[in-house]
Design a protein around this ligand. Structure first.
Ligand code: NAI
Length: 706
């Protein structure tokens, strides 16, 4: 054995056709392609050639094959070392077979390395993918040109624009893998290693060709000059990828692979990669990636804090949120008890859950037999006593403080000592709820977003007395059920809704001044949000919390409800909806109702520019975000961004509100907040002292930390 660099070594294994060199990468945790890995691979390939071996195997220690680039080296940080392209050139040009032995995940740069081997041997559980698109990038080490040459154009389009990982069966069928061996058991890689060595020896013995993917065109010929396959594909992902540059650039690279010689295609890849890498979108997406990870760290909470072991979860309330919350646990294989106040409510709630699962199965996103398996994990009851053996109970009854207090008193009686008691309130005071129990240290907020089985965001709300174990367990539970958890503190609306309220207040004010619902929604849509506040209201139902008996026509929303508008559900809200297509059209009658209301309340209406609309929607959010940081409700500026990206559809290619404010320039934001504040007044325009201070110091909100 020879150590080649701090993370790469080389062994030799004798075979009947001669020695096979085994180059072993050992760069925990995921064998990222750090500079010393690249250098080690380079030196290993050179040494193997000098030693005159019969074949070469590249394998990794630990839990995975090379899982991708070392993203800490992005944007500087890289040590001087062999470039990946030099490593790849040596692999492809090797006069003896190079076999990649793959376990775990071969992703991004890892797969791009494997694609330069002549053959790939993999364990059954391995996964393959080019997820660069999720960081606003494209695979810049030949992946865009090689993958389509192995798996064909349609599959490459799918994999590269979604970043999806494929399993071994799919990889085998697509020709990405040449041989499959049994799974690694207990980290013992010996079987994979010997299978790969034997495979290399067999290639030599049988005189099989050294397949260079870059020379192949058998899989792409079918789509050479085929514009339709690309046009159709673009149309199929248009809605999902609106505003993002990277998916389109990945497609252009695959077009180049189909239509141009390999070297020309590589030039296209290089040019487009550089454009993405140095552009604002990828910078924002990479920031968002790290922000999500940073949110896991909670100052003062030791990483060895004992956690509550969740063997059974409970959910109180089988409504819109409760059903979705219960699904998260069932999806993670955790039995869950769901309680509602009466049988009809419970049956309705469980019916919705079943329908959701059935729809997922019909779409193919879960296996058909998963419907019954997951339903079997959900037990319904109308008696809260069923929570007695639950380790965590999440309350999702109506948003009413007195009701919440009364059910928490009951939970306090019923639940076992040490059980975590959470409320899904979207704005109420978690401390006030905790105070009615004899164990406020066990109480915390877990604010899920609707639909709770889909939305990734989990805004956890730590009470003044929540214990370390409860805080740490809440974060761990969030991870376990596949959420993006962020810990925040108590205030009205917490981080997300508090900022949303500020935006909403200003949006409603602009309606009075002459903007239309469609204008406001369009400005936000064009900025990159999936929808604006008025489309959202129509979707949720205009009459949530509205009662005809108590309605006084004192807001535009009340006026619309009084005129029989309920939103999408009855085809009329801020917009009118086509009964067939559900397509929204701006409604002149609504504009007229708003106008009458505004004039009746003494507001003069005028035309408002889209730029003003945008500033008046987003700057109050930034200002509120800064106040939230000042009050230490959020731990860091980047946490605020995570909440908005995952909870409210803030376009990730703009980082989040704090990051975006920094990119606009804080002095500009401060000047505008002042200007609008003087003109318009109102709490949400009162300039945050923290915002003013960070701006004057030349600091950045997205880097601010409490
Ligand atoms: P919902 O009205 O759909 O469901 C509430 C359920 O609680 C109903 O099934 C009702 O029968 C049940 N319930 C009421 N009192 C009960 C009692 N004493 N014992 C047992 N069950 C009882 O309401 P939704 O929308 O699910 O909201 C629940 C909570 O989640 C609220 O606090 C809300 O603010 C919060 N939330 C709602 C979001 C949304 O978009 N709908 C988003 C995030 C949080």
């Amino acid at each position: 054995m020879t150590q080649l660099s701090e993370t790469v070594r080389i062994d030799t294994e004798p075979t009947e056709v001669g020695d096979v060199a085994v180059i072993v990468v050992d760069n925990p945790p995921v064998n990222a392609l750090s500079s010393h890995v690249r250098q080690g691979l380079y030196d290993g390939l050179k040494k193997a050639a000098d030693d005159g071996v019969a074949g070469i195997v590249i394998i990794c220690e630990g839990r995975t094959f090379i899982a991708g680039a070392d993203i800490t080296e992005f944007g500087g940080g890289a040590q001087k070392a062999a470039g990946l392209n030099e490593v790849q050139a040596l692999m492809e040009a090797s006069p003896v077979p190079v076999v990649a032995a793959i376990h775990g995940t071969a992703l991004g740069g890892g797969l791009e390395v494997a694609l330069c081997a002549h053959y790939r041997v993999s364990v059954r559980g391995a996964k393959f993918g080019l997820p660069e698109v999720n960081l606003g990038l494209l695979p810049g080490a030949g992946g865009t040109q090689r993958l389509p040459r192995v798996v064909g154009v349609p599959k490459a389009l799918d994999m590269m624009t979604s970043g999806r990982h494929i399993g071994v069966d799919e990889a085998l069928e697509a020709g990405l893998v040449d041989q499959v061996v049994d799974n690694v058991v207990d980290g013992d890689l010996a079987a994979l290693r010997s299978a790969a060595v034997a495979f290399a020896a067999k290639v030599v013995e049988e005189g099989r060709p050294l397949l260079k993917i870059s020379d192949r065109d058998d899989k792409i010929l079918a789509h050479r000059g085929d514009e339709k396959v690309f046009a159709d594909f673009r149309a199929s992902i248009a809605r999902k990828t609106r505003g993002f540059l990277a998916p389109e650039y990945n497609i252009r690279c695959i077009e180049a692979a189909a239509n141009l010689p390999f070297d020309e295609g590589m030039k296209v890849e290089g040019k487009l990669f550089l454009e993405l890498m140095t552009g604002p979108q990828s910078a924002a997406q990479r920031y968002a990636f790290f922000a999500e990870r940073a949110a896991n760290k909670i100052p003062g909470i030791d990483k060895d804090t004992p956690l509550i072991d969740v063997k059974r979860a409970g959910v109180l309330g089988a409504g819109t949120m409760g059903g979705g919350i219960a699904m998260n646990f069932a999806n993670a294989g955790i039995p869950v008890t769901i309680v509602d106040r009466d049988q009809p409510s419970l049956d309705r709630g469980l019916g919705v859950v079943r329908k959701n699962y059935e729809r997922s199965a019909a779409r193919g996103s879960i296996p058909a037999d998963a419907v019954e398996q997951r339903m079997a994990l959900i037990t319904g009851s109308t008696d809260k006593a069923a929570f007695a053996d639950c380790d965590v109970v999440i309350e999702a009854v109506f948003e009413d403080m007195e009701l919440k207090k009364s059910v928490f008193r009951e939970l306090d009686e019923i639940c076992k000592p040490g059980a975590l008691l959470a409320t899904n309130t979207s704005a109420l005071d978690v401390n006030e709820i905790a105070a009615v129990t004899s164990r406020p240290e066990s109480v915390i907020g877990m604010h899920f977003f609707s639909p709770a089985n889909v939305m990734k965001m989990l805004e956890n709300v730590r009470g003044d007395r929540s214990s370390d174990t409860v805080v740490a367990s809440t974060m761990a539970i969030g991870k376990k059920i596949g959420k993006v958890p962020v810990m925040v503190g108590v205030c009205r609306g917490f981080v997300g809704n508090r900022m949303l309220f500020a935006r909403g207040a200003e949006a409603d004010r602009m309606l009075l001044e002459g903007a239309t619902p469609a204008q406001i929604d369009t400005v936000l849509y064009d900025f990159g949000f999936p929808m604006g506040p008025y489309s959202m209201s129509d979707l949720a139902g205009l009459d949530i919390g509205w009662k005809a008996e108590t309605s006084t026509g004192s807001t535009i929303r009340e006026v619309l409800c009084e005129s029989g508008r309920r939103g999408q559900k009855n085809g009329r809200g801020y917009y009118t909806y086509d009964p067939e297509t559900r397509e929204a059209t701006p409604d002149p009658e609504v504009v007229e109702l708003i106008k009458q209301f505004a004039v009746g309340h003494g507001h003069e209406q005028r035309e408002i520019s889209d730029q003003e609309v945008l500033e008046r929607l987003l700057y109050p959010m930034i200002n509120e975000g800064a106040k939230i940081l000042d009050e230490k409700i959020a731990i860091r500026g980047s946490d605020v961004d995570v909440v908005w990206v995952h909870g409210y559809g803030w376009p990730v290619y703009r980082g989040g509100p704090m990051y975006w404010a920094d990119s606009v320039g804080l002095p500009e934001v401060v000047a505008k907040v002042r200007e609008y504040g003087e003109r318009l007044g109102g709490r949400h325009w009162e300039l945050s002292p923290l915002l003013e201070r960070v701006a004057s110091e030349g600091g950045a909100l997205h880097q601010y930390s409490n």
